[in-house]
Design a protein around this ligand. Sequence first.
Ligand code: TPP
Ligand code: MG
Length: 554
Amino acid sequence: MTIDVATGIARILKQEGVAWVSTFPVCRVNNALGREGVPMLMMRDDRYAVAVADAFSRITAGKRTGVCTFQGGVNAAGMQYAYAGLAQAYEDGSPVLCITDGVPIGSSGNSQFDVASSMKTVSKWFGYLDKPERVPEFMRRAFTMLRSGRPGPVILAVPNATGTYDDTADPYIPVKGWKSAPDPVDVRAAVTLLLQAQNPLIYAGEGVIYADAADDLKALAELVNAPVITTLKAKGALPENHPLFVGVRGDQVAHYLTKSDLILAVGSSLSPGRFSHGIPEAAKKTIIHCNVDELHINKMYPTAQAVIGDARLTLQALLKEVSERTSGTGRPAGNVAAEVKAARDAGLAKYREVMASNEKPINPYRVYGDLMQVLDPHNSFVTHESGNTRDQLSTVYDTLMPRGFLGWGNVSTLGFSLAAAIAAKKAFPARASVAVTGEAGLGYMLGNLEVLLREKLGVTVVHISNGGFAGYGPGFWGPGHDPFTHAVLGPNEVDMAKVLGALGLHTERVSEPAEVKPALQRALAANESGRPAYIEYLCCQYPVYGQWVGRSME
Ligand SMILES: Cc1ncc(C[n+]2csc(CCOP(=O)(O)OP(=O)(O)O)c2C)c(N)n1
Ligand SMILES: [Mg+2]
């Protein structure tokens, strides 16, 4: 049958199980999506259109592909605005599919902005669909790249959405996605090193979550009795009440990173950015680097042994090899779990104290402590923002299942938490979904809060209102790193609960520590009937953050 390109794309998306597409208009594929009955989640700007789809892919660990559309072509205003979302998705390795109008054939070189070269800098693949009959091929390639290998965004540019082709000539068959298993020689060599080590440490990255390998990680950690730290993006890959779990960040994490003589990194790029740990004295340690892609091997640190393949198949192969070599007994337990507990208790003591604090203004840790008491860790979703909330929550928030908490941000782009909370609600409608933000993140979100109301998304935005931009480390204020650029209108000047209440959200403004929990409970109750909520907690400027090892505290 002869169909047009946009209709062909819409039908293939349905075949691939795509249940909705986030967008900010205009994009010529949108009308076909509408006609074909693919619901569109219309955000209020193009960056959020990308961010919601990106977050959906992350939260579902790529099992369900987030798809978005935005304006492109010669008038690429939408694309230019979407670039921030694309760059973030690329930086964090998120398998999101982005569809945009392509520059029409015959119009290249017309605009100043070069679409193709800019899109290539932020994608695993940028496909320019130059012939209508190539629709099935391009969609196959897109889904192959989205579901195989190192995750990353794929961008399809459609220059002629109304061009037609015969969809029976090359019928579309959904793409499975493929994995690779590691070389057994490398597995044996890695296990030899692992069994020789005195103080091995497992460093788990988000690849474990994408590979669905949380159980395999746990099994290997238990067999080799090694402590585990996870990256920010992998938070929850090991249940954080597990006796071998050290932390994501904090003094105890620094202690183990320093003390270890061998690091078994699985599913992490080991690229120390602003929000991941460096490895102290890396050249003196033995680094086993298990990754799906050779891109990261020998990147910042010398790799003693690379094991290249899917994280799950790799962990299973390591598990089998260790088991065979040790007749199923693994490494002796020793005092590892007791030491981990002591280090964790010591590292977390100062936070646990303030999590119960009755001081006024409210201590932000009190909000996090109460959040943990109110939410069911097996039936909720929490995410942080850029700034204090990232560093504080990732230090203390106990996550008991993958994606019970979404850590994000090799670079952390302000405002992403709202996109993540929306995506979590779409992925798991029955779960409570909470974004914890500061003033800056909230500023980025404002226009998009209307989406919550329009779509009846029962999401709660928790605002740690500390009267300005703290950022990270000692903060922007006082002796902090940006003393001239932290002041914004705070709770004394603006009643944000009133502003957002007028918009239609359930809102509360809380200054009493004893009200932290009841306010959360009321917000979550409102969420259950599809009403979004905003709670402003009037908080102090609290300067304890934990640490990213090897980063200065500027
Ligand atoms: C798009 C973007 N621009 C700039 C930054 C740099 N930045 C990080 S945190 C921050 C301020 C955060 O202040 P606030 O939201 O009030 O959170 P607080 O740290 O006070 O809790 C800024 C400007 C960023 N992360 N993202
Ligand atoms: Mg602030």
